[in-house]
Design a protein around this ligand. Structure first.
Ligand code: OOG
Ligand code: NI
Length: 471
């Protein structure tokens, strides 16, 4: 393709950015509490930056300072493999690829998931918007007749507008979309994720699905995959958790993920509980029956450094240990849980240098400008550890862009309504089905660790070139 044609295309990062703003605007009008949450997060972030100049400097060095206010993720749930396949193609128009495979079935949630996001460092700074996307595992409906009814219902719906499908095809065949098409694409794509106040199914069928699992009713009972939350990024999640209660927003009982630390790792998340909303169900004769449905909620997250497989293994071990040693569930005694969590995570170094030396986390290597003039000549080795020790290179944590299955299960559960955990079948006894998921997706999911390692390696190459130390 010629240079000239390519320059006609809108940058995929800016399509994603426009889409993320359109989704935020739609969700603010649909769920006014989300706007309140955004305001609370903006206040908390401002005071966190004012209080902590070191944090501010780290964020400035990694380019995250400018993206904090833009940063959010959304979540959707799909019913059919064909929907997941088209969803991948839709996100690809915006430069988003499937990263990671999350199996939620061991936690009693009948879905498996991936996250669509950009994988490119620059793209992440321009718009880190990502979408946690789950596919219902219809095979887990244990009643044959009901499963068939669910499949028939899903087969009748078309979650994408005809125009968005045309634009996806156009983007694929041309290699991009021009400005006018991109603008239209954003409007058409957003329609897939809007809320519907009418359900295509009867209240009776809804109740049957609901009895199987609330998520089945949430997916099969609607014309489309409504966005169920949009999550801003905060710099101090504990403040937001208490701030929610002060503003009369009802938070879930515990913050998921690692404990509070000086050097945050991975991801901490909390949410406010799902709203109970009126829905009109459609009877066989076309008349409507009023009912309710809970699906949409608000979530907040705090992100920290991405961990290597070694670091992740340690994280999983410490989290499992905490949960196994607890006499009760975390939700029943949050204080005891936080204490136990803090105790076990003492085994995870809370110092970036130490995390680096033990190869537990991913870092960017950056040149320490103040040191370079006097020391670069003496830098005879291109061994990064040596250059870090000499102060020629400094380490900046690479932020975790992905999700955590145990946390995600906690977020799902907290929004399935009261006592849902007790009613949920404790763990579907199934094998993880990444191959089945990828078959539906029409692509393999990317391995996030490979992506972080590549970012770290590239930062080293760039720094060595600049120092004249590359071989
Ligand atoms: C997704 C729940 C998981 C997260 O941030 O881990 C999630 C859903 O409720 O559809 O959003
Ligand atoms: Ni989420």
């Amino acid at each position: 393709m010629s240079q000239f044609t390519q320059s006609q295309f809108q940058d995929k990062d800016s399509i994603r950015h426009a889409f993320s703003l359109a989704m935020s605007k739609m969700y603010q009008s649909e769920v006014p509490l989300y706007k309140e949450l955004m305001d609370l997060v903006a206040d908390v972030n401002k005071s966190a930056l004012d209080k902590d100049p070191t944090l501010k400097q780290h964020l400035a060095n990694t380019g995250e300072l400018d993206r904090i206010d833009l940063e959010r993720h959304g979540a959707i749930r799909l019913g059919l493999p064909s929907e997941l396949n088209m969803m991948r193609r839709l996100f690809s128009v915006m430069g988003m690829s499937p990263v990671g495979y999350y199996d939620l079935t061991p936690a009693g949630v009948p879905v498996h998931s991936t996250a669509f996001r950009t994988t490119d460092s620059d793209g992440l700074q321009k718009s880190p918007f990502r979408v946690f996307c789950s596919l219902l595992r219809l095979e887990l409906i244990d009643d044959d007749k009901l499963r068939q009814q669910a499949i028939d219902t899903l087969n009748k719906r078309q979650i994408f507008t005809p125009r968005v499908i045309e634009l996806i095809q156009k983007s694929e065949s041309q290699g991009g979309l021009n400005k006018a098409d991109s603008d239209e694409f954003v409007i058409e794509a957003t329609k897939t994720f809007k809320w519907h106040t009418t359900s295509p199914i009867s209240k009776e069928l809804y109740d049957k699905l609901h009895n199987q699992h609330r998520l089945m009713a949430d997916i099969v009972g609607f014309y489309g995959p409504h966005i169920n939350h949009l999550t801003p990024r905060t710099l101090d999640i504990d403040k937001v958790q208490t701030g929610m209660s002060e503003r009369g927003i009802d938070p879930k009982e515990i913050i998921e993920g690692p404990p509070r630390r000086s050097c945050p790792i991975l991801l901490r998340q909390t949410s406010f509980k799902a709203l109970n909303e009126p829905i009109a169900f459609t009877n066989a004769d076309g008349t409507l029956t009023q009912g309710n449905h809970t699906a949409r909620f608000g979530e907040i997250e705090q992100r920290g450094i991405a961990l290597t497989p070694k670091g992740r293994k340690l994280y999983d071990e410490l989290l499992n240990k905490t949960r196994a040693n607890l006499a009760t569930t975390p939700e029943k005694d949050p204080d005891a849980y936080y204490q136990a969590l803090a105790d076990s995570f003492r085994a995870f170094p809370d110092d970036y240098q130490e995390i680096y030396e033990q190869s537990l986390g991913y870092f960017y290597y950056q040149i320490n400008e103040s040191q370079i003039n006097d020391k670069s000549k003496s830098a005879t080795s291109n061994d990064p550890k040596e250059l870090v020790k000499q102060g020629i290179l400094r380490l900046e944590p690479i932020v975790y862009e992905d999700f955590l299955p145990v946390s995600a299960a906690g977020i799902f559960q907290s929004n399935l309504g009261d006592n849902a955990q007790d009613k949920t079948k404790s763990g579907y006894e199934r094998q993880s089905s990444q191959a089945v998921f990828e078959d539906a997706l029409g692509a393999t999911v990317l391995d996030e660790c490979v992506l972080y390692q590549a970012m770290m390696d590239k930062s080293l190459d760039d720094a060595l070139i600049e120092l004249g130390l590359n071989s």
